[in-house]
Design a protein around this ligand. Structure first.
Ligand code: ADP
Length: 263
């Protein structure tokens, strides 16, 4: 059942007239709930590495760790926890930046093929560490035509770094990732990021671009995820008048499909 809540306000117009305003409070309350959940999530996500860090620091200050190998192990965990906090803060800053500027369309000419090749070069090391390959396929009918769109190079890079990094993180070890460019209709560029992996069950598909939504929280954390990547991607694509779809066959494969308007 959809329930709507109204508030009545009296607004003086001049000495003799007042306006009765019915304000729809439902939206206001929903926004308030979203904001409260977000703050609670951020606090929780920052508190857990901090708790772990302070626990290890205290143990070391107390002189309870005498063995050098153990000391090194503790320091490595502390290093990982502080990197986790840095990643989270970087993602929060990215998210707030793209949210603030969402209505402004960036106006540089960006070659999508060059952007995607650069993303592949950046992530090739991470893929190789999992014995994976990243293959870029330009399947447009006219390959000589430049795949240019109006946008921000840095933000579009962020979109494909997030998608390809996820494909590496959640893909099967030793599998291939394919990034395929097509032009499904004149003036539209489609980029599919395809990976073989555990995939995403149907009930999660509509929620994965929500901030902090993760199918398997423990697993995502363990492999360095913040749960903010796809939320950032969604905002950047909105700003570029683009869209994103996801399709997945659990236990087999996942395809993230990005569509952007060509110049
Ligand atoms: P995270 O930092 O956790 O990776 P994202 O916002 O990038 O956060 O992704 C949200 C969730 O969507 C992930 O935690 C994961 O459960 C799921 N996901 C994203 N990409 C893939 C993929 N290629 N294959 C399977 N699951 C994925």
């Amino acid at each position: 059942m959809v329930s709507t809540e109204f508030a009545l306000r009296i607004k003086p117009l001049d000495d003799n007239m007042v306006a009765l305003l019915f304000l729809d409070m439902t939206l206001q309350r929903n926004l308030e709930n979203v904001r409260r959940d977000f703050v609670a999530n951020v606090s929780h996500e920052l508190r857990s590495p901090l708790t772990s860090l302070s626990g290890f620091i205290e143990t070391m200050i107390n002189g309870d760790v005498t063995d050098d190998a153990m000391k090194l192990r503790f320091l490595k965990i502390m290093d990982e926890e502080s990197k986790r906090m840095t990643r989270l803060i970087d993602d929060l800053l990215s998210l707030s930046r793209v949210e603030v500027y969402e209505h402004i369309i960036p106006e540089n000419e960006v070659s999508l093929l060059a952007t995607i090749n650069a993303v592949r070069d950046t992530l090739v090391g991470k893929a190789e560490a999992r014995n994976m390959q990243i293959i870029v396929r330009d399947n447009r009918l006219d390959k000589a035509k430049p795949a240019r769109i109006l946008g921000s190079y840095d933000e579009l890079t962020e979109v494909f770094v997030n998608l390809v990094e996820n494909a590496v993180k959640y893909g099967f070890e030793g599998s291939h990732i394919v990034i395929e460019l097509t032009e499904p209709m004149p003036g539209q560029l489609q980029i599919d990021v395809i990976n073989q992996g555990e995939g995403i069950a149907k009930q999660h598909l509509s929620r994965i671009t929500e901030r902090f939504y993760r199918v398997d929280k423990a697993r995502s954390r363990q492999i360095g995820g913040t749960g903010l990547g796809l939320a950032i991607v969604k905002h950047i694509l909105n700003r570029h008048r683009g869209s994103m779809d996801v399709a997945s066959v659990p236990g087999e494969s996942t395809i993230f499909t990005v569509t952007l308007p060509l110049i």
